[in-house]
Design a protein around this ligand. Structure first.
Ligand SMILES: Cc1cc2nc3c(=O)[nH]c(=O)nc-3n(C[C@H](O)[C@H](O)[C@H](O)COP(=O)(O)O)c2cc1C
Length: 200
């Protein structure tokens, strides 16, 4: 069994997949684990939308449109930037499953009112998203945390019948990665610039 460090360090954002379909039981197991993330106020108001087959194909087409949307947004940038962006935005990479994560905007209770729940619920969903990527990797599956599809969030919500009161957090392909990706070095390898010590 991999140690937690093996899992955290070994996980990569996978952008190419085989056609092998994970079982529903395995996807459920991964999401079941992911929801043990901490959540602000213990609200746990994240939702997972798991698409395979026809719905998955519809989503692929919608997500491909992010490239066009980005081309509009980045029209002023040079070709290199445009090429990089189009690669970064078309990343479902043939995965048989696409998982969309949203959080439901809930009215704060009286005691919750002073806080920015949009921000905190989003942060909580991000914690669940990281768990999802790590557990999937531990189970032999690849993921890629993608926020680019939020550029076409209205269309994704319509396709999956997601209620208006939900905000899109991330989309991820899920499946068996077809290529090993070498680790991408982290900045500040000696932790000299980004860790600030006091009294230890
Ligand atoms: C909030 C967030 C948004 C991201 N959005 C995208 C995306 O839209 N498309 C994509 O290909 N990768 C996306 N990524 C993946 C990053 O590019 C990737 O994590 C980074 O390059 C480091 O690679 P690694 O995950 O393999 O370590 C995103 C990651 C995070 C945390």
């Amino acid at each position: 069994m991999k140690s937690i460090y093996d899992v955290v360090i070994g996980r990569r954002s996978q952008r190419r997949y085989t056609k092998d379909m994970p079982t529903r039981a395995l996807v459920e197991k991964i999401i079941d684990g992911a929801r043990w993330a901490p959540s602000a106020g213990n609200r746990q108001n994240w939702h997972w939308w798991v698409a395979t087959g026809e719905k998955r194909n519809e989503l692929v087409k919608i997500i491909a449109k992010t490239s066009d949307r980005a081309t509009e947004l980045f029209a002023e940038y040079d070709e290199k930037v445009q090429r990089f962006l189009s690669l970064y935005l078309r990343t479902v990479g043939g995965a048989p499953v696409i998982v969309t994560l949203t959080y439901e905007k809930k009215k704060p209770s009286e005691r919750e009112k002073p806080f920015d729940w949009d921000l905190w619920d989003y942060a909580s969903a991000c914690a669940a998203m990281q768990n999802f990527c790590l557990i999937a990797y531990a189970e032999g599956l690849g993921t890629c945390w993608m926020t680019a599809p939020t550029l076409v969030h209205e269309e994704i919500k319509k396709c999956l019948d997601i209620p208006k009161r939900h905000d899109l957090v991330a989309v991820s392909p899920l499946g068996v990665a077809s290529h090993e990706i070498p680790p991408i070095p982290r900045t500040d390898p000696e932790l000299k610039k980004t860790v600030h010590w006091f009294g230890i």
